[in-house]
Design a protein around this ligand. Sequence first.
Ligand SMILES: Cc1cc2nc3c(=O)[nH]c(=O)nc-3n(C[C@H](O)[C@H](O)[C@H](O)COP(=O)(O)O)c2cc1C
Length: 455
Amino acid sequence: MTIETSNMSSHEPDLAEDEKRANSETIHPTLSPALALLAPILSNSSTTFASYSSQIYFQKDQTLRAPEITPNLAKIESSARSRLPKEAYNYAAGGAGLESTVKANREAFNHWRILPKMLHSVLPERNLSRKIFGRYIPAPIASLSNAESDVLAVMAPIGVQTLFHPTGERAMAKVFGEMGLPYTLSTASSTGFKDVATANGDGNPRWYQLYWPTVDGLTQSYLKSARENGYEVLVVTVDTWELAWRPRDLETGYFPFIQSIGTQIGLEDKYAHSQLGFDPLAEGATLEQRKLASLYHVVTTSRGVSPRWENLKKLRDWWGDGPIVLKGIQSPEDALLAVKFGMDGIIVSNHGGRQVDGAVGSLTCLPPIVDAVKGKLTIGFDGGIRCGADIFKALALGADFVQLGRPMLWGLAHDGEKGARHVLKSLLADFDLTVGLSGHQDLSTVDRTAVVCPP
Ligand SMILES: Cc1cc2nc3c(=O)[nH]c(=O)nc-3n(C[C@H](O)[C@H](O)[C@H](O)COP(=O)(O)O)c2cc1C
């Protein structure tokens, strides 16, 4: 095996303690310069995202064990599928209608190809950081050459994560906290504000995604809880004020919220208790009360009443100066309205093809939106990201950050925290390698000249 450079070692191994010991015993730092070059590899002390691949190779070399969870990002969904109850898998994999927009999201990525550039000065420790919403974020992985590293990948708000593993949101929030990457808590979460904040860890970046209730008192109460628990950015999802026609769930009549899964934010809310006249989580509360409270949460957050631009002013008053981001924007016209109404950011997203079947692939929407509003607000993107090349393409087309969606759920389905961490690290390693091998030392040159759209 050819050892290329010192970035081939790893910064945060998943190796068992005895394996780590076995590795460290092979190191002698006072050996020759050539062997010193190998030390970071053998000691798992490298500090780059990319080094996750060498960690896997060396683990096999040392222990004869291939990774337990596939690092093949094309296989992670089918691997998760075999572990999940059919309904949970379908709930996540499915989309609206004929699922043509789920497919369009992927096809949009295939239209764009990366144009690699050679013989540029590229070093092992690339700077993949970016400042989002002015927040200093401790180096996500101690490794990055820029100690003031910020962030480029965010966990997409995804509800009901306990469907995929009992540790659900706690596990996911912990993994994102470890990496210093923002975790976004959904209003459809199966875990409450406080428990997720605790799992995520003090000082880590946390965002809150609002399904905007039709009852103002409830909205104010959710925003208050978010702030009190350290959620700094408000993501307002504007495309899901009613659930679309989702045949996979309809076929089996599957709606987890009726079973009080994904309603914890409402169940814990004091204002909701005052409206209901009872606390569904109090000792002695009945199952019937819990169900009623869950339904109250569902109907107030997706009752079929669309939010309106004019009402954003109320959210601004209630949320204060903190950043507000609209998630679900697909047209330059709406992006311009977001600027007009004083929003700090938008997320170009079609909810992973789960809302408007027949809608255009999300990546196709990105360039015209970037042309209309770049520099006026922060632009996030999601929809169909499955590998490092996809992250690269979205950033090259002008996104300031991307959100990771379904692949993280597939990871979670593999032993919770362990699988989520593995998928996140695999995506980041693949991305880091793609940036470097395409000729970029940092993200400043990853722009539209870095991709082409063949006829
Ligand atoms: C199972 C599942 C649950 C989701 N729950 C939410 C949610 O609660 N709030 C929200 O804004 N978006 C939600 N989304 C949409 C994601 O935030 C994101 O837009 C989408 O997953 C991106 O598409 P991708 O996963 O195919 O990359 C959900 C998506 C899935 C697959």
